[in-house]
Design a protein around this ligand. Structure first.
Ligand code: ATP
Ligand code: MG
Length: 736
């Protein structure tokens, strides 16, 4: 008698069931967004347990984020009816850390090794570099760190880096320093993040007994978001899955259209390699999307069709509800209006009983959260910034605010203490203690103590010069504040104090994002009449910590949203230069652009019921307005799935008042066929200057100079008095 289908399988479609019930042998599930890949993986986990094929501890399940691991653990416990413990379930790094503790001695560590954070990594690398006497201005340690990380992503220990793969960093010293750095880490009984994968893969490669042990433990291997694995992760998986005797019970799920981490070494080719490495692998395709409405799905499919070299997948609507709403595309005047419209729409949704936890605002880059955060705070809608800090809590923003607070109020000791040695000026803890003592003796604030000590000649050497320079920077900014206003003064202060240069010199992957945040801060400053008004606003905004309810709107980057879903998704900032990002456009060619398009596809397919894309006709750059073009991705969405709402540039008389959730907001019209994204007709917009090589520019601090090169938004300028410097394009005036 055939046993009845268990309840947990009965709700799935035949392909999904096949993917779950084919437990033995290699399996690749290749399917588009929202087709139930993650759900299949989770159910497969439960199925293996419930059919007695393995104990929970015999299944290795790799997820891409801790959040995904948590969700999978919860789903497995729900199906099992008891808490799931002792599972090998987590991110690649979490699982490797746990393994490495058991076998640390093979790489010369003990099981209590520490894991370094990024700051410590760089500090250590700098120490290691010292004997080479490398000009760190020319060859910044952060850049070398990046090279080392890429090697680690590719599973290359120093012994495995071939001369052909060596880098020309510091005229060929990269590999030698890499080797020394690794030795130093071991001597300190520490490893960095990349070492977790690297060491463990090396151990599995070199220690047959360890490998055999894991072959005995792991009967089944499950991998989510397989398209974003890098080489070392791939090698690690292959070692664990490929056994001499018996089948490789490895199931990977992925979607080549959602590969968005190539900048971190991910290799979408790993999908193609799978069938070669595991001959006879079963390939299952899932074609029904259960997440999004037919309209959203068709819009996303039309967009991603513009990429070449796809593996090709069919995606059909699987939800039985109606067609749903078209993707809304709203043109707004500027970022204020963008935030206002999104805020208003969220208020209306909340009024209709829509849970806030089912709403997300997804952006291309972290700095874009700021206007939305302020708007949501103002109208009292709780939100969380997922995978990052709230804008005004980010460390570079706090640094800048500290500078501005001192400028506005020199007696603000807390602020002054924060920046007295940022960037590093050689003012150590002892010097600060002495300043405190002096301040008490005066009595007065720290800044007064500094001035006193300078006047009395009590300071010597490096700290004298440093504090002299810092106080002079504040003094100059104070004058500028009176003459040219607070925005110029703020920018000048951050420049003169060396703060901006500190981030420009920083070659870590986070540095460009931090500079973007600072520019966003200066932009926000420009929205206020005075420095004091701005600082007061920030203080109030920082104080309104939203209540601890779980019902909050999620703000996050598109990268962070992978695998997640929400009823309503807002996608702001779809403009050329924002999304696709300027960096991807500067790179030229299709590679970077296609990755941006995949990111757009990920964004649209997060939405269950409603996707709203916004683009602004202009954005403020300090006191100026920068004119922006709608993103090409908007044009690429087939017009029949789109409802256009453009109040910034649609002529109002052509607007047919179609009912919309934005009924009280902008006017609505359906896009005519043959649509090209309209060019905004805004008269009060200063078009962004494109700066040509050879142009003469003026910088308020360095004077006149000639542009000799560009690197994204940064210009390389040869200044008449000051030599070659890298400056943000918006910080210069074009003279000819
Ligand atoms: P992504 O590519 O974005 O990671 P995915 O392929 O992993 O998507 P899931 O998140 O597993 O997709 O599923 C998307 C949604 O569809 C979930 O809400 C899931 O519960 C639902 N779903 C999956 N399969 C079915 C089904 N057979 N019937 C009803 N709903 C389903
Ligand atoms: Mg998924």
């Amino acid at each position: 008698l055939p046993s009845p289908t268990p309840e947990y399988l009965s709700r799935l479609n035949p392909e999904q069931r096949r993917a779950i019930e084919t437990t033995e042998g290699p399996l690749l599930i290749l399917a588009g967004a929202g087709t139930g890949k993650t759900r299949v993986l989770t159910t497969r986990f439960a199925h293996i347990l419930l059919t007695g094929r393995a104990y929970p501890s015999q299944i290795l399940a790799v997820t891409f984020t801790n959040k995904a691991a948590r969700e999978m653990r919860e789903r497995v416990s729900a199906i099992l009816g008891e808490p799931a413990e002792g599972l090998w379930l987590g991110t690649f790094h979490a699982i490797c850390a746990r393994m490495l503790r058991r076998h640390a001695e093979y790489v010369g560590l003990t099981s209590s090794f520490n894991i370094l954070d990024t700051d410590d990594q760089i500090r250590l690398l700098k120490q290691v570099m010292e004997p080479w006497k490398i000009d760190t201005k020319r060859w910044p340690p952060n850049q070398l760190m990046g090279i080392i990380q890429r090697w680690k992503d590719r599973g290359l220990t120093p012994d495995r880096v071939t001369p052909a793969e060596d880098s020309d960093f510091a005229n060929g010293h990269a590999l030698a320093i890499y080797r020394a750095y690794q030795e130093r880490l071991i001597a300190l009984n520490t490893c960095d993040f990349g070492d977790l994968m690297l060491h463990m893969t090396e151990i599995l490669r070199n220690q047959p007994n360890v490998l055999a042990q894991y072959h005995r433990i792991f009967r089944y291997i499950l991998v989510d978001e397989y398209q974003d694995t890098n080489t070392v992760q791939y090698l690690w998986l292959r070692l664990l899955a490929k056994r001499e005797h018996g089948p490789s019970n490895i199931a990977c799920v992925g979607d080549d259209d959602q590969s968005i981490y190539s900048w971190r070494g991910a290799e979408v080719e790993n999908i193609l390699r799978f069938e070669k490495d595991f001959p006879g692998a079963e390939v299952v395709r899932l074609e029904r999307n259960y997440r999004s409405t037919a309209q959203i799905l068709a819009a996303a499919a039309g967009l991603i069709a513009h990429n070449e070299g796809r593996l090709g997948k069919t995606l059909r609507p699987g939800r039985d509800d109606a067609q749903g709403e078209k993707v809304q595309i709203i043109g707004v005047r500027d970022s204020d209006e963008e935030a206002r419209i999104v805020g208003g729409a969220i208020e209306r949704l909340r009024g209709d009983g829509h849970p806030l936890s089912e709403i997300a605002i997804l952006m291309r880059a972290g700095f874009q959260t700021r206007p939305f955060e302020e708007r949501l705070m103002m109208i009292g809608i709780p939100y969380r910034v997922v995978g990052g800090l709230r804008f005004y809590e980010r460390s570079e923003i706090r640094d800048c605010l500290a500078y501005l607070r001192v400028l506005s109020q020199p007696a603000d000791d807390l602020a002054f203490e924060r920046i007295i040695n940022v960037p590093k000026r050689g003012v150590g803890a002892v010097a600060v203690q002495k300043l405190h003592a002096q301040a008490r003796a005066l009595p007065g604030p720290l800044t007064a103590a500094v001035i006193w000590q300078l006047q009395e000649g009590l300071l010597k050497g490096k700290s004298k010069d440093a504090l002299d320079g810092l106080m002079a920077a504040f003094q100059r900014a104070k004058v500028t504040l009176e003459t040219e206003g607070h925005v110029v003064a703020a920018e000048q202060l951050l420049e003169d104090s060396g703060y901006l240069q500190m981030w420009r010199d920083d070659r870590s992957v986070e540095a460009p994002g931090r500079l973007d945040n600072i520019r966003e801060l200066l932009r926000a400053l420009g929205e206020f009449g005075t420095l004091q008004g701005f600082l007061e606003h920030v203080a109030l905004v920082m104080d309104t910590e939203s209540e601890t309810s779980d019902d909050k709107v999620s703000l996050m980057t598109l990268h962070g949203a992978k695998g997640l879903e929400f009823d309503t998704v807002f996608l702001p900032g779809w403009e050329e230069g924002v999304f696709p990002s300027q960096r991807s456009l500067d790179e030229g060619g299709n590679r970077a652009l296609e990755e941006e398009r995949r990111l757009a596809y990920v964004g649209l397919t997060r939405a269950r019921r409603r996707a709203i894309v916004l683009h602004a006709a202009s954005r403020r750059i300090y006191a100026n307005w920068q004119f922006s073009m709608p993103s090409r991705f908007i044009e690429e969405i087939p017009s029949e799935y789109v409802q256009l709402t453009g109040q910034a540039f649609e002529t109002r008389r052509q607007a047919a008042a179609a009912p919309s959730m934005f009924a009280s907001g902008p006017l609505t019209s359906t896009r005519p066929s043959g649509f090209r994204a309209p060019r905004p007709k805004i008269h009060d917009v200063k078009p962004e200057p494109t700066v040509a090589i050879g142009a003469t520019v003026f910088h308020h601090r360095f004077g006149e100079g000639t542009v000799i090169g560009a690197d994204g938004p940064q210009l390389h300028i040869n200044f008449e008095n000051g030599g070659v410097k890298r400056v943000m394009a918006n910080f210069v005036e074009i003279r000819s």
